[in-house]
Design a protein around this ligand. Structure first.
Ligand SMILES: [Cu+2]
Length: 262
């Protein structure tokens, strides 16, 4: 009798600990969760580049899917390396032409910084994804088209910027021929051994939380009249997903029409 009591007493803390761990796990799952961010990339500095970026964030793991077309194709007879980054820590916007303080007709990476900030992560093709790899041309996607898919680890500052809507994708590398005579003779503000064109922004877009974020499994079972915040979110997400799906379908149809006209 005495012995079994002792056993129960010893067991109790274990059970409590187990429950606590389950609670913690559930808490972190809903807090960290999986969320999705999207950016529409628009041309900058006379470039013809445009594209899309989608980031699916799960904890600190970011799965990045990027498609860009219209970039400068070659540099010195080789596929043009386009270093690209998630910029953070400023306004979370892309600079307009007024950002060109030097008046050479080019918004250099430095001139754009008050808008998109410094580098939070480098979207390299392999290895280091920290700011230290920012200008490593050998691991930059190259050529006129980028189809990039990689899962990388983001640091806390970059995750925070992503979640606050101030993370900006910048793809660098302009065709020198499109720049002013003055700019063509200038050196890069980032890597003085390179021409200004090599590192200047070519495409830019702010990452915004996507409505396609979570398609909760329980969404279909959600009844009306519930006061559960989670269920309400599920309905909102479902509505958003439908809207987004319509927009995407419309956009694709529009693009096909344009393509067939050309
Ligand atoms: Cu950059």
């Amino acid at each position: 009798m005495k012995k079994s009591k002792k056993t129960l007493a010893m067991l109790a803390p274990t059970v409590a600990l187990g429950a606590g761990m389950i609670a913690m796990a559930a808490g972190s799952a809903s807090a960290a969760g999986s969320s999705t961010f999207e950016a529409q990339l628009n041309p900058i500095n006379h470039s013809a580049a445009s594209g899309t970026v989608m980031i699916s964030l799960n904890g600190s793991q970011a799965t990045i899917t990027e498609h860009v077309t219209g970039l400068a194709a070659t540099f010195g007879g080789k596929p043009y390396p386009h270093v690209q980054h998630i910029h953070i820590g400023a306004q979370g916007t892309c600079p307009g032409t007024s950002a060109d303080k030097s008046g050479d007709g080019v918004i250099s990476t430095t001139e754009g910084a008050p808008f998109y900030g410094g580098i939070g992560a480098t979207l390299s093709t392999s290895g280091d994804t920290s700011p230290a790899a920012a200008t490593t041309l050998t691991v930059a996607p190259a050529g006129s088209t980028i189809n990039y898919n990689r899962t990388i680890t983001l640091d806390a500052k970059t995750i925070s910027a992503l979640q606050s809507g101030t993370a900006v994708i910048v793809v660098h590398g302009d065709d020198p021929a499109t720049l002013s005579k003055q700019a063509q003779g200038e050196k890069s503000d980032l890597v003085p051994s390179l021409p200004l064109a090599a590192t200047s922004p070519a495409a830019c877009g702010t990452l915004k939380a996507s409505q396609m974020t979570a398609m909760p499994g329980g969404a279909a079972a959600t009844g009306g009249g519930s006061t559960s915040g989670v269920q309400d979110q599920g309905l909102l997400a479902l509505g958003g997903t439908l809207l987004a799906a319509g927009a995407v379908a419309g956009g694709l149809a529009g693009r096909r029409r344009t393509a067939s006209v050309r």
